[in-house]
Write a protein that binds this ligand. Sequence first.
Ligand code: NAP
Length: 455
Amino acid sequence: MKDLVEAMESEDATGADLAALPVPEHYRGAVLRAEEQEMFEGVALRDRTPADSVHIQDVPTPEPGAGEVLVAVMAGAVNYNTVWSALFSPVPTFSFLERYARTGGLAARHDQPYHVIGSDLAGVVLRTGPGVRRWQPGDRVVAHCLSVELESSDGHNDSMLDPEQRIWGFETNYGGLAELALVKANQLMPKAEHLSWEEAASPGLVNSTAYRQLVTRNGAGMKQGDNVLIWGAAGGLGSYATQLALAGGATPVCVVSSPQKAAICRAMGAELIIDRSEEGYRFWKDEHTQDPREWRRLGSRIRELTGGEDPDIVFEHPGRETFGASVYVARRGGTVVTCASTSGHIHEYDNRYLWMSLKRIVGSHFANYREAWEANRLIAKGRIHPTLSRSYPLDQVGLAVQSMHRNEHHGKIGVLCLAPEPGLGVRDPGLRVVHHRALNRFRTETPTPTGDERI
Ligand code: NAP
């Protein structure tokens, strides 16, 4: 691996040089083990410990098939799907791999006793499979996580509607929290060259998801002047939703749970902020009963901040705990757009507030090819910025996932895979200088990688 890393970091090395280097037969990756998929049975979700279920292990390097690409991963990122995977909840991901493998052909390789997880990467193309022409060894890339077959016409207008749609590194194997990764060529996009490897790896999944959910007509179709209530505005999705709202001429109303997170939202340019911990909202009186007075209290607070207006859009993902409030506070004719249910997927809301006030609930999931490309373009142009707070070495992925599970993080968490230290990979220092402050808004501590043994 060391030769590969040197070649990738060298300004002089060509794609041909890289193509001439041998590909290692094994590589190190963050894996879950099939034999451990029942290890947390009977343990409450909040008490499960990803540091125990995520292992760093050698796995055999897959040969890229037709339309596939093997990428040397310089950095990856932790996503909430990494948390679900590591908790084996709601179901162990091995069931996804088995189902995918049953579709046959190249998919059969994905059913293994290990699952290499991770749905983001920034790196360098190492080998291309038959039929790949757009990408060559040496290309510096990021990968989005949409894996589709496109053999059915259902997905031809919107690739998210493909019946064989999967999230790479969650519902497929050979993900991005590893030294190498296998992707379909259509997942690749150019790396933003003013960013380091770990910065470039961090926005992909959440930025694309927030882009579809909030901006495009497949989601809420946000327009100038809209008020957008954003739950978890300093978290993964929320930190991009906040930037997209500001960049699109809308007004974010950011909900967070600490003064530090409120300060981060202000640094992004948001002015209307609600600290849900400080204001102590309790939408549920007990496990079964919601408290509409608390919905009204939140609605009044939003009106106080906006000068009497209700949210045109509510950007939902906490799910059960907040959904009743979200439906209540959306304006007459407004949209609640949801892509997740972190606190529970059985939602309850008072339907009178939906139909009588002509509101809509829209479901959204990741982003189609085009949306992912457009979201990446905003990153490359420096219109939207990575929200990386901290990077961990590959050895410590389990701890990184645990910190997201405990909601201790801000923005995104990066992982150094082949990159020997943070800060490498920048080829456009000029653009970086312009955006220096924005790039550091989320930073907390960057631990020093453990050293040479990783490469
Ligand atoms: P994240 O980085 O953990 O951010 C989520 C934020 O939501 C947290 O920082 C927290 O912010 C807030 N939050 C958590 N529980 C809450 C609750 N009970 N009430 C109110 N706010 C709460 O995670 P993420 O990456 O943004 O992902 C969020 C969810 O979306 C996850 O379930 C993930 O699996 C899902 N997701 C789905 C897709 C998709 O394509 N469908 C894509 C990405 C993510 P505060 O504590 O500051 O309020």
